[in-house]
Design a protein around this ligand. Structure first.
Ligand code: ADP
Ligand code: UDP
Length: 237
């Protein structure tokens, strides 16, 4: 598949057109950012680790019946994906309290959330991704009611698949963010699933094994991402 011009460079990935109008190449860069781009660093090997991590998870989700944009690995850092008309709403599920939930509601970190919570955020860096709801999304035309219902259904389905996958490898899937898009009127999971967009804790020690290591300056960021991957059976060589 021929990589043509760069269409979009985000904070961590770039999207390229290909010779097929329905397919893009997604390039995972080593760039790492947090706090709406305020903290930025290049982390050696991150692009490769997240690309392979994402490929593994997307394959698992496809096998479980979640439609995803992932079509295959092209290189260490590049993946072929279906072109999606992205919906600018991020879907977040939480199994354990952490992050913005604790800041917003004053709840303690580490509480089991039963049933898991589901939140929507508008994807807008300038506004710091404000929390929104389905009514706002429909009124402002970000997504239709049936699309939002499908996104919620798929986001919970992802939870049932991945929570078990991580638990079996001795880890807690604390929370995660998904992005969806449209492909021929079907809602499809897009973007990525990697330790950059979720929280993962060791089940015994509760050691943070995700992007909080970067956000909180805990060190050994990529080494820990690789440890998560290895526990899941991913080969990074
Ligand atoms: P950000 O835009 O938040 O800085 P990234 O650096 O991860 O994020 O950039 C990747 C961009 O590509 C995101 O805006 C994401 O919504 C978009 N994207 C992901 N998958 C697809 C796809 N299949 N088709 C079109 N755009 C996509
Ligand atoms: N998340 C993300 N991108 C965003 C916002 C959140 O990947 O723009 C992920 C984040 O890594 C965490 C989950 O979504 O796994 C919930 O994030 P939260 O609302 O707690 O915000 P944060 O504490 O990351 O600011």
């Amino acid at each position: 598949m021929e990589k043509r011009e760069e269409l979009y460079a985000g904070k961590a990935k770039s999207v390229y057109r290909t010779d097929d109008p329905d397919r893009f190449v997604m390039v995972f860069r080593d760039d790492t950012s947090a706090f709406d781009g305020e903290k930025k660093e290049q982390l050696n090997r991150k692009g490769m680790v997240n690309n392979k991590f994402n490929a593994f998870i997307m394959n698992k989700l496809e096998q479980a019946g979640v439609p995803t944009h992932f079509e295959g690995l092209l290189s260490d850092t590049d993946s072929l994906v279906k072109k999606l008309d992205m919906i600018p709403v991020e879907c977040v599920v939480r199994n354990v309290s952490a992050g913005s939930l604790c800041r917003r509601l004053g709840v303690e970190e580490g509480q089991d959330l039963n049933p898991p919570t589901y939140e929507l955020f508008l994807k807008n860096d300038a506004l710091h991704d404000p929390m929104v709801n389905e009514s706002l999304a429909v009124t402002f035309g970000w997504a239709k009611e049936d699309e939002l219902a499908r996104m919620k259904e798929l986001t919970y389905k992802v939870n049932s698949v991945l929570k078990t996958l991580f638990e079996e490898a001795g880890m807690l899937l604390v929370d995660y963010k998904l992005e969806f898009g449209r492909s021929n009127d079907t809602i499809v999971l897009g973007d990525e699933f990697s330790p950059d967009g979720c929280r993962i804790w060791d089940m015994e020690t509760r050691k943070k094994m995700d992007k909080d290591r970067f956000r909180q300056g805990l060190g050994e960021v990529i080494e820990t991402y690789e440890e998560v991957g290895r526990r899941l059976g991913i080969n990074f060589d």
